[in-house]
Ligand binder design. Structure first.
Ligand code: SF4
Ligand code: SF4
Length: 320
């Protein structure tokens, strides 16, 4: 039930196209969860993520893992010496020297062989098991809001760990399980070449234990910040001709124009203006906004975007 609620909340707040994917690595001796199906054919970990985002609930033991690199990194099998050595990265021309390949391999997060017995995946809303991580394929703007949601409660900056190689296995599964920190990955050669993840999509993985807190923050951001940003609230009306307005010689000042007939004196503009340009003042018609320090205006358009009465506009000074 909790999984369904968390999935629905994320879908709604971010307008996700795809389901968040619940991923668990089965521990030795752990029973296979209900409702997951072993695929008929071998499948890569990256492919199983895009299959799960489409609604499939999967149980993938080592015999069904098609990528020996990924299965080795996640501790399901012992990696072959050829893969472990780094030689193949040179053969594929993905890295320039064996030293470079060895360094990349030695620094990537991995689990020891035999640590886990299978991967299970499902769209989060259908998951009958407790995921280790929840992986999303989404647009960078949606990933940005997940970063904000992660920073929201603590103020902490987000630090990401990736190499561009071994994306869904190392970056999104092992790294996040080990660190218990959200991670971003841009995909890897294997994931982009063999799954239907789109060029414009990135991945974010969240440790399951942090998901309720991140979702709660996301819902708060969705109340104001997300819709405002998506409406391009602070964009000047004509931004594509800024290079043709007279250059440095032209006036850099703008004039803030307030329509007193529309203004209801709510004070929002005064509260939001970062430069103390606006203030409320008593008039014959009650309190109204007025320009107190017009020369300080930096043309951020915050007042224009926030005014509920559409009572404020900016114009280049002297063009009234
Ligand atoms: S936000 Fe708009 S309506 Fe409210 S005081 Fe400012 S100008 Fe007036
Ligand atoms: S554009 Fe920005 S700086 Fe200028 S008055 Fe509005 S909120 Fe203040």
């Amino acid at each position: 039930m909790q999984n369904k609620m968390l999935a629905e909340a994320m879908r709604k707040a971010l307008t996700l196209r795809w389901s968040p994917v619940a991923v668990r690595l089965l521990r030795p001796g752990e029973a296979v969860p209900e409702g997951v199906v072993e695929p008929a054919d071998r499948i890569r970990h990256c492919q199983s993520i895009t299959a799960a985002r489409r609604g499939n609930c999967l149980y993938i033991p080592p015999r069904k893992h098609a990528c020996p690199d990924g299965a080795g990194i996640m501790g399901l099998i012992t990696m072959s010496p050829k893969l472990r050595s780094g030689d193949l990265y040179l053969l594929f021309k993905k890295l320039p020297t064996i030293e470079c390949a060895r360094k990349m391999i030695a620094s990537r997060p991995e689990f020891a062989p035999g640590s886990y017995t299978a991967t299970v995946l499902a769209p989060l809303e259908k998951a009958t098991f407790e995921p280790d991580v929840v992986i999303m394929t989404l647009l960078p703007e949606q990933a940005m809001w997940l970063c904000c949601a992660s920073t929201y409660g603590s103020g902490d900056r987000q630090v990401f760990h990736t190499s561009g190689y071994n994306s869904t296995c190392a970056d999104l599964t092992v790294q996040v399980m080990k660190s218990q920190q959200m991670n971003i990955s841009f995909g890897c050669y294997g994931a982009r070449a063999s799954s239907d993840v789109e060029d414009a999509e990135v991945y974010v993985s969240i440790p399951y234990g942090q998901l309720p807190t991140i979702v709660a923050s996301l819902e708060k951001l969705a109340a104001k910040s997300i819709p405002e940003a998506r409406r391009r609230l602070y964009m000047p009306p004509v931004i594509d001709s800024t290079a043709h307005t007279g250059g440095a010689a032209a006036s850099q000042r703008v004039e803030v124009v307030i329509d007193a007939n529309r203004c209801n004196g709510c004070g929002i503009c005064e509260a939001f203006c970062p430069e103390y340009v606006l203030e409320l003042a008593e008039t014959a018609d009650g309190e109204k906004a007025r320009v107190a320090a017009g020369d300080k205006c930096c043309a951020c358009y915050t007042c224009v975007g926030q005014c509920p009465q559409q009572a404020i506009q900016l114009r280049p000074a002297g063009r009234g």
